[in-house]
Design a protein around this ligand. Structure first.
Ligand code: ZN
Length: 492
């Protein structure tokens, strides 16, 4: 009986990972409770940023029925269905919920401010998905460190496993952001603490091929390749570098393409980036950090119009997303949105580290910002990744920093930054049939903002309400729960 049930959930999970169309609420709800009928809601009076990069509707009206947008236009032109509830959003701005393509969830104990694989439980992953929802995300894409015991079908009889969470997170009743995962990435043995034991340890091309085949069998669409020596196993007597070999990552890319998958690499040097692009890499995440990008790289990219970059330029501990003076404590540490998802005590000690640090972001974002700006200027496609994991990368916060960095350092307009965080991110992941824009037929996933992010991109942090799948989140209850867990009340 148990096996049968698990098998069913697995099929559903795979269907969801392969095709979002198969994850309509009707399909997802067959595994759970029957949907409750919900009255239509007419939202009127807001400025709506559609997310397509061109359209803003002033004094807009839109109708949500169940989890879908069924009508959108100007106030007065949109008919409310009989019995519809009306919500007045005058003075507010509405934009699509964010789609985050790079996170590492499940590891942080947010109360202890401690990242450890022992924390990777179903309950903790759901808590993190709720933090992403609170901060305005429709979805986060967990990039390669998921504990195999938790999502792999072979562990489905383990009561702690959550092989079904991919499907469960699509349901209307789910209170967090959608959970998309690439499962386990491919890396040199032992690299990347504290998340080093989850990825496949790869020394040889055959291991790379087998790992990619296994991911494919689990419905995973992207294979992650880490190409960095991050404290991994060192072969005695050899000099290194101890990283994925060129023949191993080439085998992984070939195998992925043979199976209709794409590859995404954590790669930070110019030479490695060129070599991986020549091997057929599809997506780079992280900026090049060793030297300035050169004409040869730009020429390689020009020949690859479908290549994408997920920049991840604000590892927040290194200074954030705007210029500031030496020793200055960033003002965003006091942002109520950040204060809701991160304990006060941990923000205090983080703030102190800025006061002591001599590191100062330049007006260009240093070499990393300049390199991403150069790629952007050359026309390389970009989508947002928060890189949130815990510690100084608070869960749910990084996307808002990254949006600001896109404007300050990469040269995007606020509208272009929003596109990278919504419709373009949804396109790259293949979920643009549901997410990323506000249009008829799309899932009703949107933010209600107190100020217009087209005027100032940091206004994406001024969130009045979040709606996911047509339902308003109870954000006050979420924040109260997290604050209580922090062990002390907020200083007033
Ligand atoms: Zn990462």
């Amino acid at each position: 009986m148990r096996l049968l049930k698990s098998g069913c959930f697995w099929l559903l999970s795979v269907a969801c990972a392969v095709s979002t169309a198969a994850c309509s609420p009707t399909a997802a709800q067959t595994a759970g409770q029957a949907p409750a009928a919900r009255a239509a809601i007419l939202f009127e009076g807001a400025r709506v940023i559609v997310g397509d990069g061109t359209t803003t509707i002033d004094n807009a009206a839109f109708v949500v029925q169940g989890n879908r947008i069924t009508s959108i236009g100007r106030s007065g032109e949109v008919q409310a269905p009989a019995g519809a509830t009306r919500v007045n959003l005058s003075g507010k701005t509405v934009m699509p919920a964010l789609v985050d393509l790079h996170s590492h969830i499940g590891y942080e104990d947010t109360t202890a401010n401690d990242e450890d694989e022992k924390n990777f439980t179903r309950a903790n992953v759901i808590d993190h998905l709720e933090r992403f929802a609170y901060t305005g995300h429709a979805l986060t894409h967990s990039l390669g460190n998921d504990n195999p015991g938790m999502f792999d079908v072979r562990y489905a009889d383990n009561p702690a496993s959550f092989v079904d969470l991919r499907a469960e997170s699509q349901r209307d009743s789910f209170t967090g952001a959608r959970y998309y995962t690439i499962g386990r990435g491919l890396a040199w043995e032992g690299t990347g603490n504290p998340r080093s034991s989850a990825p496949y340890p790869i020394f040889k091309p055959l291991q790379a091929r087998l790992a990619v085949r296994e991911l494919h069998a689990q419905g995973i669409k992207f294979a992650k390749l880490w190409l960095e020596d991050r404290g991994g196993y060192q072969i005695p007597g050899e000099k290194g570098p101890f990283v994925l070999s060129q023949d191993s990552y080439t085998a992984a890319i070939e195998e992925a393409h043979r199976l209709g998958m794409k590859t995404i690499a954590h790669v930070k040097t110019l030479a490695d980036t060129k070599a991986m692009i020549r091997a057929g890499l599809d997506i780079q995440t992280h900026p090049i950090q060793d030297v300035a990008v050169d004409a040869e790289l730009l020429a390689l990219l020009k020949a690859r119009p479908n290549f994408w970059v997920i920049p991840v330029i604000t590892p927040a501990g290194q200074g954030g997303s705007a210029p500031r003076a030496p020793g200055e404590r960033p003002k965003w540490l006091d942002d109520p949105l950040l204060r809701a998802v991160k304990c006060d005590a941990h923000l205090e000690s983080w703030g102190q580290s800025f006061v002591k640090s001599k590191r100062v972001p330049t007006p260009t974002g240093n070499l990393t910002g300049e390199n991403i700006a150069a790629l952007r200027k050359a026309g390389v496609r970009m989508a947002l990744g928060s890189h949130d994991a815990g510690g100084t990368r608070p869960l749910g916060w990084g996307s808002h920093m990254e949006l600001e960095a896109f404007v300050n350092w990469v040269g995007m307009t606020p509208r272009e930054a929003i596109v990278a965080a919504t419709s373009d991110a949804a396109k790259l992941l293949g979920v643009d049939d549901q997410l990323g824009t506000l249009a008829v037929g799309k899932s009703a996933d949107f933010l209600v903002l107190d100020a217009n992010p087209l005027d100032n991109i940091t206004n994406t942090r001024k969130i009045a309400d979040v709606y996911l799948r047509g339902t308003k989140l109870d954000r006050a209850a979420m924040a109260a729960r997290w604050k209580a867990a922090c062990g002390r009340t907020r200083a007033t």
